[in-house]
Design a protein around this ligand. Structure first.
Ligand code: SF4
Length: 681
């Protein structure tokens, strides 16, 4: 087509939490390409392969185009009216028979802030259930819990572009070049300017090739490692006494707890050389501006919250927080997982982390929503699944999530979902989870609606409607509003998502100054209290959100499963550059499938040799939960005794094998460690 026929619509990437901006190129109601938009505050001209080439899922022939109702095991296309009436009838029936607590809602880190807010309102005000959660439970629940305890707010403390000016970067449990490519560019910029890089990761990854220090830790030993760094910093008197005295509390409890974690003791637990631990501790403490970046290698453990608390201790001890290019920076995985948390798609808080346990908040939202709002804490994702199996949860409404591929012990998840009396799934594809549903409601992709996403640095940014909804689909916010209305609820009428944001701003202090007219170019970083507030690039500057930063005494505990004779290997899972989560979008993008269309299990040559496994052989991987088959990739990226793969591929559903054991505070499952056996087939 000629260029004048192409419309460019600026929007925000639907993949990772970096929140890159780009222009969708549109012709004849079709997205035909993606081009950079250099005015983006996050990425400038840069985009990774997913953002640039991952758009053709939008027009995939596999998109759902009409509502589906299952009859005698077969899906039939029906009208919206029929689908809505059926959903309302069945949910009302179940609520009348078993009560509101028998209902549960899974909200979506893929959907907009406005949609997450509405789902929260729908669950609490319309259905009357406290049971709402989303997949942050599987990724950063430990961050939300841990950083709230230590600092008072569970989000990235600094901004993406500050990384380039750091003198020292500690990356823990984050394969940044693959999972947050744009942030890894910032790391490279810092290295060019002379910054030092330490990477704590069980695998050799691209970043370890660039690093000055590779701490190749045994999976699940983060607390020991961080306590070891703190031990050295205290022992060698390298800590920031002024900061600790003026800005923190509970120091002595932490100090006592780390006494025994001398580098030699820690080396025994982590497998990292004691001298290396000393070097990294000194480099971190002596740096003028040191930043910590982390992801799932820290959070997805039974010790997830303790891992986060230990990191929070380290940053406070050295005064590396509340100033530019420093801080504690959890990199959020999904495009809007930060926003889904902010909007209260969590069982213990209303939007803006206003606790459900506080009666004043219950009253505030009850009044605003003109409904009786439950004042108790609801169930987490894992508790909903267990509840379904135990018979307490009778119906679930799942929006844009795919627990049948993403959640640990998939066979357990399947039994639970099959035992529900009624399952509604709202999605853009017939996912593994949607296949189990009684009703499937077809939502739209990010290209077909207006709204906002909040990226990992707390920046609220617009997505803009570029094309009309595909087929007979509806934007997810409209689906939720229609359902609410059909259930007799009168407070959910909006002409445009901007009105939903205005309501969010009225009820959510950290979003108080946010409105669409202010988001045009650069977005806004929360907290943003009023219409004049410029947004907050750096948290905890003069004081922590909670007042004083709080040290916590944390002890190392081994993972729930460790290798034994029957299951002698540790399996750790993660992600690949080319794919995205359960692959619902990237596996439909031809450009991406052509580059990376098969998955492998990484196994060290030493182990492969012992088991008689050659590169590309098919193996069977067993755990106490189940088994899968997968091709082997013989590589020294993993140490002997550890194997690795991703959870993107439905052909190799690795979460059949993983462990549901969870962290006692955050209830995040230990997806990063389980014990497995490997057999050549
Ligand atoms: Fe999209 Fe993330 Fe890639 Fe940026 S880095 S283009 S947000 S997937």
């Amino acid at each position: 087509g000629r260029s004048w026929e192409i419309k460019k619509v600026r929007t925000t990437c639907p993949y990772c939490g970096c929140g890159c901006n780009f222009d969708l190129n549109v012709k004849d109601n079709r997205v035909i390409g993606v081009t950079s938009n250099p005015s983006s505050p996050v990425n400038g001209r840069h985009l990774c392969v997913k953002g640039r080439f991952g758009y053709d899922f939008i027009h995939s022939p596999e998109r759902l185009t009409a509502p589906l109702i299952k009859e005698n095991g077969e899906f039939k296309e029906v009208s919206w009216d029929k689908a809505f009436n059926y959903v309302v009838e069945r949910i009302s029936e179940i609520r009348n028979r078993y009560g509101s607590d028998s209902l549960a809602v899974l909200s979506s880190a893929r959907c907009t802030n406005e949609e997450n807010y509405l789902l929260n309102k729908f669950a609490r005000a319309v259905l009357g259930t406290p049971n709402i959660d989303h997949c942050a439970r599987l990724c950063h629940a430990s961050t939300v819990a841990g950083l709230a305890l230590a600092y008072g707010s569970g989000a990235m403390t600094n901004s993406i572009r500050e990384v380039r000016d750091a003198d020292f970067i500690l990356v823990i449990g984050s394969n940044t070049t693959e999972t947050h490519p744009i942030i890894s560019l910032e790391i490279r910029k810092a290295l060019k300017k002379g910054a030092k890089l330490a990477v704590a990761d069980p695998r050799k990854i691209e970043l370890t090739g660039l690093a000055d220090f590779h701490l190749q830790i045994r999976p699940g030993t983060n607390v020991a490692l961080i306590n070891g760094l703190i031990n050295v910093i205290l022992e060698e008197d390298l800590w920031d006494k002024e900061f600790v005295k003026n800005r923190t509390e509970n120091f002595s409890a932490m100090q006592k707890a780390v006494l025994k974690y001398n580098p030699e003791y820690v080396a025994g637990i982590t497998g990292v050389d004691a001298e290396l631990i000393r070097q990294v501790a000194r480099a971190y403490a002596r740096a003028e501006k040191a930043t910590i970046l982390y992801t799932m290698g820290v959070t997805q453990h039974t010790s997830g919250t303790n891992n986060v608390l230990a990191i929070a201790n380290l940053a406070m001890l050295c005064g590396q927080i509340g100033k530019p290019s420093s801080g504690v920076n959890p990199l959020r995985g999904q495009n809007n997982v930060q926003g889904a948390c902010d909007m209260g798609a969590l069982p213990n808080v209303f939007p803006g982390y206003q606790p459900v346990a506080d009666p004043a908040n219950v009253q505030k939202f009850g009044q605003a929503w003109n409904a009786e709002v439950p004042g108790k804490i609801g169930l987490t994702v894992g508790e909903m699944i267990d509840g379904a199996l135990a018979g307490h949860i009778k119906s679930m409404y799942i929006v844009g999530e795919n627990p049948m591929l993403s959640d640990p012990d998939i066979q357990h998840v399947q039994k639970a979902l099959e035992s529900l009396e009624f399952l509604v799934v709202q999605d853009i594809f017939l996912t593994e989870t949607a296949k189990l549903a009684d009703v499937v409601l077809p939502g739209t992709s990010f290209a077909e609606k207006d709204g906002t996403f909040t990226n990992t640095e707390r920046r609220v940014q617009r997505i803009r409607k570029a094309i009309k909804p595909i087929g007979n689909t509806k934007p997810d916010w409209q689906i939720i509003c229609s359902l609410a209305e059909k259930m007799g609820y009168r407070q959910m009428k909006y002409f445009h998502p901007s009105e939903i944001m205005d309501e969010i701003a009225r009820l959510t202090p950290i979003y108080g100054g946010i409105s669409y007219d202010r988001l045009e170019e650069q977005g806004l970083q929360w907290p943003c209290g009023d219409k004049k507030h410029p947004g907050t690039p750096i948290l905890h500057k003069d004081k922590f959100t909670r007042g004083l930063g709080k040290f916590h005494a944390v002890e190392y505990h081994p993972p729930a499963e460790t290798p034994d004779n029957e299951f002698p290997f540790i399996l750790t899972t993660g992600r690949r550059l080319y794919h995205y989560h359960t692959g619902t979008m990237t596996r439909k993008a031809k450009g991406i499938e052509a580059i990376y269309g098969n998955e492998f299990l990484e196994i060290n040559p030493y182990d492969a040799d012992k088991l008689g496994i050659n590169d590309r052989d098919t193996v069977r991987l067993f755990s106490r939960r189940g088994s899968i088959t997968i091709k082997a990739c013989v590589t020294d990226r993993v140490n002997p005794g550890t194997v690795f793969t991703s959870f993107h591929f439905t052909e190799n559903p690795i979460n059949i094998v993983t462990n549901t054991a969870w962290d006692p505070i955050a209830k995040i499952p230990e997806l990063k460690v389980c014990a497995v056996r490997i057999e050549k087939i």
